[in-house]
Every structure is written in structure tokens, then in C-alpha cells.
Design a protein around this ligand. Structure first.
Ligand SMILES: Nc1ncnc2c1ncn2[C@@H]1O[C@H](COP(=O)(O)OP(=O)(O)OP(=O)(O)O)[C@@H](O)[C@H]1O
Length: 284
């Protein structure tokens, strides 16, 4: 398969994710209406942006097969809508905004549990002492890359909010999914950890040929680390493309109702300055 990767992404042979005419919602309320998304290619990192209640988590959960949807979500030639949850989870991992509370496990045990839960049929993660050692090696390696190996034996309930978010990330990464969906993965992290996580996700996407889609609220981080951006508002796509194409004063006014300037730096980055909230009639 040949394609032109976005930004600095390395071309990976592998299956692209194609989303066409996707609709989903809750009971009598449709949230996402007939959405087409850009082609997500192996090795790329994409940001899903939009205001509160735009439908970002709902869309991510539908992509992960965690709620009923209509339309098409295809990974290569495989249609994912209609697959069993287990089949879906073998290909797509979703990291929710919050880690469940009250789990009496150590960090390492929780990462091993996430690996086992996803590994039915993977010979490297089966029963028996040899595969147990292999699983433990894989879990330790990911804790090290996330930078929390020193927390391996800590109880989950003793961690800070940011530490819990890093554990949640490790639980998702250890599964080595082809598609990784991270819902606000850096919302509880300090500046240094935000950058470390974004760098790690980009590195792993490039190394593994993984597709990473992240819900983010920080536009500057999205612009710096994403190959592609999708902006969602009221369940519909308002803009998509490279960060420079999608993040413009006009889209920021329309989607967030703010007056902003976007400057293109000589080194290729974007500088986004939000000056004010627009009056309601100007934002509409
Ligand atoms: N379980 C649910 N049952 C019914 N409605 C829901 C449910 N979860 C979310 N919604 C509604 O769906 C809409 C979209 O919510 P969603 O969580 O997808 O938005 P979001 O863009 O992720 O927002 P945020 O940035 O605040 O996390 C909201 O109006 C919300 O009230």
C-alpha cells in the first residue's frame, strides 16, 4: 500500500482506518450524525478537538465498539461495526477519561490484567510460566517507557490523579493495539509529563505503525504533535486536515466562539493566541 503520510509520519504498510457515515447516540438522542472522517493511516497521530459536549467521547466510544453505531468503520478490509466486543478490542483500544476507582491492585498487576484481557489467542500471553514471564517483561517495559516503573508495586488507590492517568495510558499501550484511542490523556498531567506522553505516543505510532487518535483540549499541543486534526461541534465535523488547515481563526470562532490569531512560525509550527470570547451573535 502506498500513500503520502501527513507531516513527519513515516509511511507504514498496513491497514488504514476509514470512517464513513457514522451515526451514534443514546436511546432517543442522536449525538453523532452521519460523520465522515479523514483516512487515518498507520503511524499517524490525529487530534479530535471540539468544545465540551461536542460528542468527542461518544464518537471515540463508537469507534471502539463500546456503543451501538450505524455506518462504516473499516480497518483495511475489515468492517468493525458488528464485530463482537472481544474482536473489536483486539484491534482497537480505548482509554477513557477516568480510571475506575476502588480497584485493589498494584500498578503492575493492573497493567498485566489489561494485557491478559486483550490477549486471548496471543501465544506470547497465554498460560504457563514462560508466557507469564513474557507478559511481565512486556508490562515492565511499557511502565518504563511511560516513566512510572518506580510505581510498579504501588496500589492504584494510593496514586495521584496524574499518576493514575499515566497508569491508564500504560494499560492501553501494553495491548499494542493497531488503533489507539485516548480520551483526554494529558488532562491531569503537568507540563513536562504532557510533552513526554505526546512524544511517547508519536514514537510508538511511528515504531509500531499504530494509528493514534487523541481527544485534546490544548490546541497548541494538538498543533505541535498531530499529523491531522478533526474539529467536532454539535456532533458534526466542522474542519479537518493538517493542523494548519484545520486550526484557523475562522474555525476557532465557529467551534469555540473565541477570537483568536494563528501565526505560522518560520520553523513550521503554529502559534495560537486566543484573545477573547466572541459575542454570541458573532460566534454563530
Ligand atoms: N451515557 C449518556 N447518556 C445520555 N447522554 C449522554 C451520555 N453520555 C454523554 N451524553 C451526552 O452526549 C453529548 C456529547 O457528550 P460527550 O461526552 O460525547 O462530549 P465530549 O465532546 O466528549 O465533551 P467533553 O469535552 O465535555 O468531555 C452531551 O450532550 C452529553 O450530555
Amino acid at each position: 500500500m502506498s500513500h503520502t503520510p501527513l507531516n513527519g509520519a513515516v509511511a507504514h504498510a498496513g491497514d488504514a482506518l476509514q470512517v464513513r457515515g457514522l451515526s451514534t447516540g443514546y436511546r432517543d438522542r442522536q449525538i453523532i450524525r452521519q460523520v465522515d472522517l479523514p483516512t487515518f493511516r498507520p503511524g499517524e497521530v490525529h487530534a479530535l478537538l471540539g468544545p465540551n459536549a461536542a460528542g468527542k467521547s461518544t464518537l471515540m466510544r463508537a469507534l471502539a465498539g463500546l456503543q451501538p453505531a450505524t455506518g462504516s468503520v473499516r480497518l483495511g478490509v475489515q468492517e468493525l461495526i458488528g464485530l463482537s466486543l472481544a474482536e473489536h478490542a483486539r484491534r482497537v483500544t480505548y482509554m477513557p477519561q477516568t480510571l475506575p476507582q476502588g480497584v485493589a491492585l498494584s500498578v503492575l498487576e493492573s497493567v498485566l490484567g489489561a494485557l491478559r484481557a486483550s490477549a486471548t489467542g496471543d501465544p506470547a500471553v497465554g498460560a504457563g510460566p514462560a508466557s507469564h514471564a513474557a507478559s511481565e517483561q512486556r508490562a515492565v517495559a511499557i511502565l518504563e517507557r511511560v516513566g512510572i516503573l518506580h510505581l510498579a508495586l504501588e496500589g492504584l488507590d494510593h496514586l495521584s490523579g496524574g499518576q493514575r492517568q499515566l497508569v491508564s495510558l500504560a494499560q492501553s499501550l501494553v495491548r499494542e493495539p493497531r488503533v489507539l484511542l485516548l480520551d483526554e490523556p494529558i488532562s491531569a498531567l503537568d507540563l513536562q509529563h504532557q510533552l513526554r506522553v505526546m512524544r511517547l505516543v508519536q514514537e510508538l505510532a511511528r515504531e509500531r505503525g499504530m494509528i493514534a487518535i487523541l481527544v485534546l483540549h490544548d490546541l497548541q499541543i494538538a498543533a505541535r504533535w498531530s499529523d491531522g486534526v478533526v474539529m467536532l461541534s454539535q456532533g458534526a465535523v466542522v474542519a479537518m486536515g493538517t493542523p494548519a488547515e484545520a486550526i484557523t481563526p475562522a474555525t476557532l470562532a465557529r467551534v469555540y466562539g473565541v477570537q483568536a490569531r494563528v501565526e505560522h512560525c518560520s520553523r513550521g509550527g503554529l502559534q495560537i493566541m486566543v484573545d477573547d470570547v466572541l459575542p454570541a451573535e458573532a460566534a454563530a
